[in-house]
Design a binder for this molecule. Structure first.
Ligand SMILES: [Zn+2]
Length: 132
């Protein structure tokens, strides 16, 4: 349980999937929009390769797509629940603008985090973990 939890936290905090110590990205704050995409080429701590081959992170787009679809479904469930609790008036067919505006706002706000976490998940799939 502890190992899986710490491995999950390593992925979600965008740390090296091999050692879990150093960060994948050069800048820690994902909302520094000029530099949130810059990654280390290798782990500063254990020298694990973060760029396995050219175009390696193309596959992270599939992970990002899955996260995005999950967030849209979660938003839809939240809006339907708020409607059932009579906190807002929402119907999928009667108020589609509410759904689209909330969804696009959510995705634009979370874009840097989704970008980083999807790369971290993709890299962790192809990196062997060093168990201490
Ligand atoms: Zn490392």
């Amino acid at each position: 349980m502890g190992l899986e939890t710490s491995h999950l936290m390593t992925i979600l905090s965008c740390k090296c999937p091999s050692c879990g110590e150093a960060g994948l990205f050069e800048v820690k704050n994902p909302y520094k929009l000029r530099s949130f995409t810059k990654m280390h080429k290798a782990c500063p701590n254990c020298d694990a390769d973060f760029v396995k081959e050219p175009g390696f992170y193309f596959g992270a787009a599939y992970v990002s797509y899955g996260i995005t679809v999950g967030l849209w479904v979660a938003l839809l469930v939240a809006l339907i629940t708020f409607d059932a609790l009579q906190l807002i008036e929402f119907g999928f067919l009667t108020h589609p603008g509410t759904f689209i505006i909330c969804g696009v706002s959510m995705l634009l706000t979370l874009l840097p985090i989704i970008y980083r976490v999807s790369r971290s998940i993709w890299l962790s799939i192809f990196t062997k973990r060093i168990i201490k």
